[in-house]
Structures are given as C-alpha cells and as structure tokens.
Design a protein around this ligand. Structure first.
Ligand SMILES: *[C@@H]1O[C@H](CO)[C@@H](O)[C@H](O)[C@H]1NC(C)=O
Ligand SMILES: *[C@@H]1O[C@H](CO)[C@@H](O)[C@H](O)[C@H]1NC(C)=O
Ligand SMILES: *[C@@H]1O[C@H](CO)[C@@H](O)[C@H](O)[C@H]1NC(C)=O
Length: 370
C-alpha cells in the first residue's frame, strides 16, 4: 500500500534587522480573563512599529468576512481558528502585525473559513498544549506566494504578531472538558504559508509553557516547532505526549539545546538534530463536511470590502518596508524553494534585504511512503 504524505514542514526565516524597540508591557505578560477582554489589549502607544489594527472584543456585529477580530480560539476539531491576512492577496511578511482570526465555527465574532479552505488537519491534545497542523488552500485565506511566516505571542517588539492578538481555549486538559469556560494561552506560535500551517497553544498551568511554545525558532518552521504527521485529505484528532521543548535534543543520553542564529544574514548551517513527533494515540478521524459546516455556504474569492482594505492598510502603513520585503522574498524563494529541509534556507540568507518583521520562507515537502 502506498500513501502520499504531505509533511507540513514550513521553513522559516526571520528578521534581518530586528526593531531595537521592546515593549515595556509585552503581550506575553498580559493576563486577560475571558470575561474581561478589552476592546484592544495593546496599550503601548510608543511602539515605532505601530498600533494594534483590529480589536479583541468580537461579537455578532463583527462576525463577517471583513472582520478585524484579533481574538482567536483553538478548541476542538470543529472549532478552531487561524491567523491570516485581512486584505486579499497578501503575504504574511507584509501583514504579520495585522493578521486577523479566521475560524471554523460561528460564534467567535470572526471571519469564517470559506468552503474548502482547510484541506487537512491533525489536532494533538497533550497534557500541556494543543497542537494543530494541516494543509490549506491559502488563497481562500487571503495568502499569496510560497512564503509564510511565524505568528506568535512574542514578536520583534514583544507586542505579538498580530500586535494585540489574544488566544483562548476551552479544551486544555486542565479545563476538564468544560466547554463553557475559556482559558487564555499566553504562549502560542503559529506558522502559515505554502498551503500549510501548524500551531501550538500552551496551557499556562501546564508544564513549561514558554519552552513548549517557544517563539525563537522562527527560521525552523513546523518540522521543529510543531512536529506532526498531518496529511492532505486527512482530518484526525489524537492524544499525545508533550514534546521535548523546541530546540532541545538528546543524543546518546546527553541533552543539548540548539539556538538558531538570530540574524538572517547568518546561515543556519547544519541543525544538529531532526525532530520526530512525540508519541500519539487514540486518533479519531473525521470528514471535512462534519467539521466545516459553518463555512459551507461561503465560497469563492475572499471578500475585499472597504472595511477590510481600510483597516488593513492603516495598519500596514505604520510598518513600512513592504516593497523591499516582497522583493527579498521572491529572490530568496527561487533559490530555496526546492530544498525540503531547513538547512536549505541558509543558502538564501545573504539575499534577505528586509528591515521589518519575520520574513519567512515556507516549503511543504511531499514524501511518498511505501
Ligand atoms: C461588538 O464588538 C465591537 C468591536 O469590538 C464593539 O465595538 C461593540 O461594542 C461590541 N458590541 C457589544 C454589544 O458588545
Ligand atoms: C492577486 O494578485 C494577482 C497578481 O498581482 C492578481 O492577478 C489577482 O487578480 C489578485 N487577486 C485578488 C483577489 O486581488
Ligand atoms: C465540547 O464541544 C465539542 C465540539 O466542539 C464536543 O464534541 C464536545 O462533546 C463538547 N463537550 C461537552 C462536554 O459538551
């Protein structure tokens, strides 16, 4: 029997020049109970990168395909969200600070995944986090190009990407199956691009939320940050063990920690380990029709309504450098697009002429399994 597995392994490449500004009030430190969400969680008005472009109070008024909701959820197989651009035809690099919530289920005040947007999904529930990974038809989520990016609760200035993004779940193990109560995830990271995605949200009461949802390995992509067995056309939910913290590896009983070179101008070189997904069990498969019913009537091209474009461009102008980012992305992509492994991105390192944000190279490697 042979099956074709799409390994969701985004290769990511980070910033060339990190902003030297760091927030005095970083997102990751903000404890925001679900019943006390403010209109905008970002408070820092001095950030040279700009200010939060959407909002965190999301309700029936904001639930439409032009929503700028920046509060998202990872709950169940039929109830999760991704961060994706507000305007159509956007690269993650150009919009990372302003991405908005797109969700499978109504009731979150967000955009809804259009029919056919999610083409594969693996959700792993561990004692300390929930991991999702899968494949997408990315144009239905306003994403263009073969580049993706990391969206996380850190960001170059501590404000997160998106700036002011909030993440909640009603499904952490510690919540004991009570769908009616939501816990905030302070540490989270997602990668999206190249028609695939992955993400982890960590339970703040679980083991090592910062280490398990690290956001400092943005050049390494899904294979390292969220090891998974997602496959196009498969929708499955599994239980799993916690992975060992991102970057940590064990050879001959000796534990070591790998640190990614921070600057894009420094090649990644050889990464001293290859991660394998942590053990998983109790996998249950679903049909996509059972999971994405709420978006079944939403078809075709993304909405380009004026609310979307206005909001998004207002956010984008504060960041600048959009044109150089696009150009650098294209140049690097052509050099690295064929490499299935993270070391491939090192070849293009010198070509990144970017000054803002996490510009990321993404590739999905297809393996034939005998
Ligand atoms: C709905 O959300 C919008 C956007 O955050 C907010 O301005 C409005 O006050 C909310 N409405 C209610 C009734 O909470
Ligand atoms: C996206 O951009 C391409 C090339 O610039 C263009 O041909 C296409 O019409 C755009 N699509 C949308 C939905 O804006
Ligand atoms: C919680 O919601 C999920 C679907 O989103 C459902 O499968 C599950 O049964 C619910 N749990 C309870 C205890 O109602």
């Amino acid at each position: 029997m042979s099956a074709t597995l799409l390994s969701v392994s985004l290769l990511a490449a980070a910033t060339v020049v990190r902003a030297d500004y760091f927030s005095k009030d970083p997102l990751v430190n903000k404890v925001v109970p679900f019943n006390a969400i403010p209109y905008q969680v970002m408070t820092d008005r001095d950030d040279p990168r700009g200010f939060q472009s959407g909002y965190n109070i999301c309700n029936s008024t904001t639930e439409n395909q032009n929503s700028l909701c920046q509060t998202m959820f990872v709950n169940h197989m039929d109830d999760f969200c991704l961060w994706a651009p507000a305007p159509p035809n956007s690269s993650i690099a150009d919009t990372e600070g302003d991405v908005v919530a797109w969700c499978s289920k109504k009731g979150h005040g967000s955009r809804i995944f259009p029919a056919g947007a999610i083409t594969g999904l693996q959700m792993i529930q561990t004692p300390s986090y929930i991991q999702i990974a899968g494949t997408i038809k990315q144009e239905l989520l306003n994403i263009v190009g073969e580049f993706g990016g990391e969206l996380d609760s850190g960001g170059q200035d501590g404000e997160g990407n998106p700036m002011g993004g909030l993440v909640y779940s009603n499904a952490f193990k510690s919540n004991n199956g009570n769908n009616a109560t939501y816990q905030q995830a302070q540490h989270w990271s997602f990668f999206i691009g190249a028609n695939s995605f992955c993400g982890k949200i960590c339970d703040q009461t679980g083991s090592n939320p910062q280490g398990l949802c690290q956001n400092i390995y943005d050049r390494l992509g899904c294979q390292y940050n969220a090891p998974n067995n997602a496959a196009a056309g498969v929708f499955e939910k599994c239980d799993g063990d916690d992975m060992i913290p991102v970057g940590t590896y064990i050879v001959n009983g000796v534990t070591s920690v790998y640190h990614q070179p921070a600057q894009e101008t420094i090649p990644l070189g050889v990464i001293p380990y290859t991660p394998t997904p942590a053990p998983s069990s109790n996998c249950v498969t679903y049909t996509s029709a059972a999971l994405f019913a709420d978006g079944a009537a939403i078809t075709g091209a993304p909405q380009g309504g004026s609310a979307t474009t206005t909001g998004a461009s207002a956010g984008a102008t504060t960041k600048g450098a959009a044109t150089s980012k696009g150009a650098a992305g294209a140049a690097s992509g052509s050099k690295t697009g064929s490499a299935p492994g993270p070391s491939g991105s090192s070849g293009a390192a010198g070509a990144w002429g970017v000054s803002v944000g996490a510009l990321v190279f993404a590739a999905a490697a297809v393996f034939a399994q005998a």
